[in-house]
Design a protein around this ligand. Structure first.
Ligand code: LMR
Length: 312
């Protein structure tokens, strides 16, 4: 299996490269690509870790096609990160062209790959990527994912600190999208506690604000990279297990066509041999969750329309 990481020299890219080199199944090829000329050197550096994952590295626009060819999974972390005071949506103009160009190369070089997007604003760039793939005539919605696992691990970590117990993977679902109020953790479903509405509201807000607090705390030097890399690794491991035929692998991700609430929506997905095989409807919602869902859908739909319109 060939896993290609686009944006491999960046903050998320380097951390995720290391995690992939260490954790990918034996026999996988890890291909690193970035415009940055240090990328072959990053691959060489990683190749000194002794295991059976082969690493290759490419840099510069001329080698993008070579990097993408024969990929089974393409992960995209490339793009500009936000600075304090910016919303994720402020990155649209900076990152939209980049994603359009990358997806259009990928559509021609590895049309059957699973595409996993991490670049912001995810709520708009996944619909944009879908439009590029549709225009290329090779779109398979089961194979295009916006990776929202960062919201899941943040919810797990915040709840585990608050409830003073471990939160196991799968215990907390985060639905919707990946910005502000579109990030909806279904906290009241976590069993073994009796949180009231105001505690749930405050924990929800904390989870929604995590990205912004990291951007502020990094003081102009970027956004979350390390937790994002860990979340990305978790998603890619599950995706590979599904592709290899393991059953009952469930992860939340932002995809098209799995939800009655919005054209693109993040929810639990069963992962299978050909991408996601089943979207698991997170309903029924309690009154607080229903209000939150109703409140966020208009902005989620606007963000989706922005991405779709970009390619005409
Ligand atoms: C995050 O949630 O940390 C990322 O989406 C990066 C950002 O700008 O917040």
């Amino acid at each position: 299996m060939k896993v290609t990481l686009i944006g491999a020299a960046g903050g998320i890219g380097q951390s995720l490269s290391l995690l992939l080199k260490i954790n990918l199944p034996v026999g996988c090829e890890l291909c690193l690509y970035d415009l940055n000329p240090s990328t072959p050197g990053i691959a060489l550096d990683l190749s000194h870790i002794p295991n059976k994952v082969k690493v290759t590295g490419y840099s510069g626009s001329d080698s993008l096609i070579s990097a993408l060819e024969n990929s089974d999974i393409v992960i995209i972390t490339a793009g500009i990160a936000r600075k304090p005071g910016m919303e994720r949506s402020d990155l649209f103009n900076a990152n939209a062209n980049l994603i359009r160009n990358l997806m259009s190369s990928a559509a021609h070089s590895c049309p059957n790959a699973c595409f996993c997007l991490i670049t912001n604003p995810l709520n708009s760039l996944v619909p944009l990527a879908a439009t590029v793939l549709k225009q290329a005539g090779i779109y398979n919605p089961r194979k295009l994912f916006g990776v929202t696992s960062l919201d899941i691990i943040r919810a797990e970590s915040i709840l585990s600190q608050y409830l003073q117990r471990d939160i196991m993977p799968g215990e907390i679902q985060v639905i919707g999208g990946h910005s502000g109020q579109t990030i909806q953790p279904l906290i009241s479903r976590v069993s073994g506690h009796d949180l009231d509405e105001s505690e749930i509201r405050s924990l929800t807000q904390q989870i929604q604000d995590c990205g912004t607090t990291v951007v502020k705390a990094k003081a102009g030097y970027g956004s979350a990279t390390l937790a994002m890399a860990s979340a990305g690794m978790r998603f890619i491991s599950s995706l590979i297990r599904g592709l290899k035929g393991e059953e009952n692998i469930v992860e939340c991700a932002y995809v098209e066509g799995g939800s009655p609430y919005s054209k693109f929506f993040s929810q639990p997905l069963r992962l299978g041999k050909h991408g996601w095989s089943e979207a698991i409807d997170p309903a029924p919602f309690d009154a607080q969750q229903q209000r939150a869902l109703d409140a966020m859908l208009p902005s989620l739909r606007e963000e989706i329309a922005l991405g779709e319109k970009f390619c005409g």
